[in-house]
Each structure stands twice: as structure tokens, then as C-alpha cells.
Design a protein around this ligand. Structure first.
Ligand SMILES: [Zn+2]
Length: 337
């Protein structure tokens, strides 16, 4: 009953003092009811301690970073061409464990021009690699009030399993709209027909799982795939651009609206990549090219001062890049809410 009255009073121009009083006096006894005017309705059974979503605006474009969870991976993956002692020193300097590291796994929802885009899809089911703390994307989209059938386009930075696996979870395909378009670079789709793992440095089991997932994805979604050569404007102000390096068709997504800019860099940039852009990540299929791509992108972002979000940077990952001598400096953004 109280809720109904509150709703009525919300209809007037200003919030009534009675409403404020109700909030103040009841907050000690009961949890405040979710405000029905928010865009993130709370649903029973979907609450988590941490909401794991972060919304921001880029001009007219709505952006929401959503965490798929974290991946526990050997620290050597950070830079397999670095001396182990140098790597350990860097980790200790950052107060991080030197054996295994929890890597953030972020996806992004973008709304522009009436379209709803999902950029990357998390890892989905654990492919038997002891990665139980990731694969939460679908649950967290629902908790954020985003129905799978509202997604008009998926944009893939590349087809590693931690970016496509969410689409392969049982039941997900049936809940996506039949006219869903999935955008990826033509070089990426081509690569996964017969992928080359000769230059990576991954933990045991990963190459096979990546091969299997890539193949299954192409089998299940080939009719919805829309490939581009170098770049494609998916929605107003949302441009996906192929960089190569990490994988041959690896791409980044550039958002631009009014004078605001934000780049989702996928796996072109890792946490260590600011200070050690020349360290080869174990998952890079062409490590030298991946390092060149990283340096070029970080230089550009430092020069034009735009925001950066990347898959494996600590959630919510919104940050800026500065030049620091020969390398770069990570400048995390303030939480704004
Ligand atoms: Zn990744």
C-alpha cells in the first residue's frame, strides 16, 4: 500500500516530504524497496553482493560495462618473453601474487540509435579448465534488466572462448532474436577454420578448448555472422575496427558521440601492458604484431585523451592512458554514480 501511495506522490512535481520521511524512518527496519523509476529493477534470486555492472554515457551513447567474473591464470601468461625474476618483481611491486592471477573478464552493452549491442559475451560454461569464477554474463545481464531478446547486434573483438562462450551456454541461442547480427572481422572467421597456435604460450588444455569453442561457435552461428574487412559502423557512433595482432581478426570498438570518445580495446591491452607494452601475452597468436598494435593504440589514446575500457583490465576498467617516458601510465577513472 505504501508503494502505491509513494507512486502517486511521485506523480507530483516535487518529491513530498512524507515520502522522504517514510524512507528515513523505515530504512532501519526494512531494506529500502527498489525505486520503480530506475532502469535496473531488482529481481528475486538474481541479487549478488556486488552488482558487477557500471553504466556511463559517451555523448548520446549508453554504455554499460558488465563483469563476466574473473579468470584464474598462471602469472607467466602476463609476459612469457620476460625474465621470471623481472615478472615476479613487477607482480610484487603491484601487491599481486606471483603464481596465479585473477584476470578480470569484462563485456560491454552499448545502446545507440535504437540498437542494443553486446560487445563480447564472456566465457560461458567452464570448458573443464577450472575457471569456476567466470561465466556470469547472462545472469548479470538479466539482473541489470537487459533481456537477451533485446540485443540486436553482437560485436566480437575476436573468437577466443572467453569472448564468445556466453553465446554457447545451453538455452541462450533460443532466447536471442532470430534476426540477431553478429559482427566480426572476416580474417577472424577465416582464422578459426584452421587456427595456428604455434606462437602462443598457454597453459595445458587451453589450445584444445579454444579450438573446440571457436569451431563450435562458427558451426552454430555462421548464418548470423556479418563479417567486415577493416571496419564497420554497427550503429551511430559505434565503429568496429580490425587491429590484428592478438588474433588475425582481433578488433577494437570505437565509440564517438558529441565530443566524447571511448575505445573498447578487447585484448589489445592488459594490465601489465601500460608499463611493459613489449611483454608478450601468452594468448597472443602473433606476439610481435600484438605488441605493435598495443603501443600504437596506447599512444593514440594518450594523445587524444579518450577513455579506455578493456576486457581484462580490473572492473569496471574505465580509465585513461598517459605517456610515461618510453612507456605508459594507467590512470583509473573515478567511479561516477
Ligand atoms: Zn580474452
Amino acid at each position: 500500500m505504501k508503494t502505491l501511495q509513494d507512486r502517486k506522490s511521485n506523480g507530483s512535481k516535487s518529491e513530498s516530504p512524507a515520502l522522504n520521511q517514510t524512507k528515513a524512518t523505515t530504512s532501519r527496519q526494512v531494506q529500502p524497496e527498489p525505486a520503480d523509476k530506475t532502469s535496473h529493477p531488482r529481481r528475486p534470486g538474481l541479487d549478488e553482493l556486488v552488482p558487477s555492472r557500471y553504466a556511463l554515457k559517451v555523448g548520446e551513447i549508453d554504455v554499460m560495462v558488465i563483469s563476466d567474473g574473473v579468470l584464474s591464470l598462471p602469472s607467466a601468461m602476463l609476459g612469457h618473453n620476460a625474465a621470471p625474476s623481472t615478472r615476479s618483481a613487477w607482480l610484487e611491486d603491484k601487491f599481486l601474487p606471483t603464481d596465479n592471477l585473477e584476470w578480470a573478464l569484462n563485456a560491454v552493452v552499448v545502446r545507440s540509435g535504437g540498437r542494443t549491442l553486446l560487445i563480447d559475451a564472456g566465457i560461458g560454461m567452464d570448458p573443464g579448465l577450472n575457471l569456476p569464477r567466470a561465466g556470469r554474463l547472462v545472469q548479470r545481464l538479466e539482473a541489470a534488466g537487459i533481456d537477451l531478446e533485446s540485443v540486436t547486434d553482437v560485436v566480437l573483438t575476436h573468437m577466443h572462448m572467453d569472448h564468445i562462450g556466453g553465446l554457447l551456454v545451453d538455452g541462450v541461442r533460443d532466447r536471442l532474436r532470430p534476426d540477431l547480427r553478429i559482427h566480426a572481422a572476416a580474417a577472424e572467421a577465416e582464422f578459426w577454420k584452421s587456427p595456428d597456435f604455434s606462437r602462443v604460450s598457454m597453459p595445458p588444455g587451453f589450445p584444445d578448448a579454444l579450438r573446440r569453442t571457436g569451431k563450435r561457435f562458427l558451426d552454430e552461428y555462421h548464418s548470423q555472422l556479418r563479417t567486415f574487412e577493416n571496419e564497420y559502423e554497427v550503429a551511430p557512433g559505434v565503429l568496429v575496427q580490425r587491429t590484428g595482432g592478438h588474433t588475425p581478426g582481433h578488433s577494437v570498438v570505437r565509440l564517438a558521440s558529441r565530443s566524447d570518445r571511448l575505445t573498447f580495446a578487447g585484448d589489445a591491452v592488459f594490465q601489465v601492458g601500460f608499463e611493459h607494452p613489449d611483454w608478450y601475452n601468452g594468448f597472443e597468436h602473433d606476439p610481435e604484431e600484438a605488441a605493435r598494435v598495443r603501443v600504437r593504440l596506447l599512444r593514440e589514446l594518450a594523445a587524444n585523451r579518450e577513455s579506455l575500457v578493456a576486457t581484462h583490465l580490473s572492473f569496471p576498467s574505465v580509465c585513461h592512458v598517459a605517456v610515461d617516458g618510453d612507456v605508459f601510465r594507467w590512470v583509473p577513472g573515478p567511479w561516477e554514480y
